[in-house]
Design a protein around this ligand. Sequence first.
Ligand code: HEC
Length: 296
Amino acid sequence: MSPTIQATSRFQGFPISPTIGPKSQLAVETKNWTQALGLQEVRVNMLLKLLAVPALSMKAKPVFKLLSASAALFTIALLMVLFRTPRVSARSDFDRDQDEVKARIGLSIAPVPLNFDHRDRRLVGLGSYIVNAHADCNGCHSQGPATEYIGPGNPYLLSPPNGPYTGMQEVNPATYLGGGRDFGPFGSKGELPHLYSRNLTPDKIGRPAGGRTFEEFLTILRTGKDYDQVHPNCSGAPDGNCLLPPFNGDVLQVMPWPVHQHMTDEDIRAIYEYLSAIPCIDTDIPGAPVLRNDCK
Ligand code: HEC
C-alpha cells in the first residue's frame, strides 16, 4: 500500500471531536439536535401506543395486528430518516463555521499582498492560516532568522532603548517563502556542505514552488519525493551534492513531510492555493540554481 493511500484512508471519515471548539455555536447546535432526538423518542412512544391499542383490542384478527405492526415500523423508519438530516448538518455547519473563522484569520495575517485572480478566496485564506498560524513554513523557507523579520518588526528582539522592536511584527517580504535557509552541513559524514530549504513562491504562471502541479505538490507533502533530485545517494565518493547511507537521497531531508502527510487533501489544496497567490521571488544564492524562479 502506498503512503498516499495509507495516509488518506487512515483519516477519511475521521470524526471531529464535538467537544473541541471555541464558539458556543456547537453547543447550540448539539442542544437542538439532542432536543430533536428527545422529541423523536416522545413521538415514537405516542405512535406506538396509538397503534398498539387497536392491535391489542382486536385480539381475534391477527391480520390487523400485522397491519398495525407494519404501520408502526414504517413510521419509525420515516422518523429516523427525517431526524438524521439535522444531525449531519450540525456537524458540517460547525466545520464550515470553523473554516470561515480560519480563512478570515488567514487573510488578516498574510504578510504579503495576495493575488486573488481566478482563485478561491476562502481556500487562499485557509491556506494562509495553515502556513502562517500553524505550520510555520516561512520559519524554514526564508533565508534564516537574521532576515526573516525586518529589524523593528522582529518580535525576538528587545524594544527601545535596548533594541529596535516596535511591538509590531513585520515579516520580511523580500525573503518570504523564497527558500535559501541553510541546514548544512548535512549527512552521515557532513557530505552536503549546504542543504537549502526550497523556494515555495509561484512562477510567472502562478504555480507554487516554481511551477509544481497540484499532483506533484500533493505527492511531495505526502511522500517527501524530491522531484529536483538535488542530493541523490552517492554512486561513488561524495562530491558535495550526494548523500551517503543511511540517508535516503530520494526524499527531502529536514522538511517535515512525515508530519504534513497526515493533512487532509483539502488542507493541502488550501496551502497550494495560498502559495499560488503570494508574490514571486527569484532567490539567487551561488551554487543553488534550484532556488531560482522565473518571475517575469
Ligand atoms: C523544519 C523546516 C521546514 C519546515 C517547517 C517546512 N519545510 Fe519545506 N522544506 C524544508 C527543506 C530543508 C526543504 C529541502 C529539503 C532537501 O533539499 O532535502 C524543503 C522542501 C520543500 C518542498 C519541495 C520543493 C520542490 O520544489 O520540490 C516543498 C513543496 C515544501 N518544502 C513545502 C513546505 C510547506 C508547504 C511547508 C509548510 C506547510 C514547509 N515546507 C515547511 C524545510 C522545511
